[in-house]
Ligand binder design. Structure first.
Ligand code: URA
Ligand code: SF4
Length: 187
């Protein structure tokens, strides 16, 4: 199956209750052959309206970080979320919603086969790296899981709430750039 075919199937998904409040399924966006995959939390209001991940204020900050280290969704990154439909009032997606939606993410992963996964924020880091992941303590650390390098970093929304975290977050993106170089990944 191609990513486009998977996206078309996902667009009709009603596997969890989050389907009830959505305007659009936010499947993901970026390069199908990306070596770097970013995984956020879930769509917010703007994402729900436009059907694309990280297009609001958080997304603008994320795009700035990416651009600063030679990355972009147009060129070399794929971006998706833990859940593909907007949770009501932007609440955290529930574990059971994530457990259902993760099947879509797995299928995306199988097609894209990224070498590095960056968990953007606590929600995806706790689900994909470790249940007790603490962003403040473990951000920027790479660990290998099933042959894929994983790193968790600050969610841009958390940085917008607390700009003191911006420098530390930027260092994570610089560490990603270094790791890409170390691994000889051609962007
Ligand atoms: N926050 C996320 O985690 N994902 C988005 O797509 C937008 C905001
Ligand atoms: Fe399906 Fe995921 Fe949307 Fe739930 S959040 S309805 S599992 S696409």
């Amino acid at each position: 199956m191609t990513l486009q075919e998977l996206k078309a199937k996902c667009a009709d998904c009603t596997k969890c209750p989050l389907c009830e409040g959505r305007t659009n399924v936010v499947f993901g966006t970026g390069k199908e052959d990306a070596d770097i995959m970013l995984i956020g939390e879930g769509p917010g209001e703007n994402e729900d309206i436009q059907g694309k991940p990280f297009v609001g204020r958080s997304g603008q900050l994320l795009d700035k970080f990416l651009a600063a280290v030679g990355l972009s969704r147009e060129k070399n990154v794929y971006i998706a979320n833990m859940v593909k439909c907007r949770p009501p009032k932007n609440r955290d997606p529930k574990p059971e919603e994530q457990d259902i939606c993760i099947d879509w993410l797995r299928e995306q992963f199988k097609i894209i086969r990224p070498k590095i996964i960056v968990c953007v924020g606590r929600i995806s880091a706790q689900r994909l790296i470790s249940p007790d992941f603490r962003v403040t303590k473990e951000h920027g650390e790479f660990i290998e899981k099933n042959g894929v390098l994983m790193m968790g970093t600050y969610h841009p929304a958390a940085i917008l709430r607390n700009p003191n975290n911006k420098e530390a977050a930027f260092r994570d993106w610089l560490a990603l750039r270094d790791k890409i170089g170390e691994m000889g990944i051609e962007l």
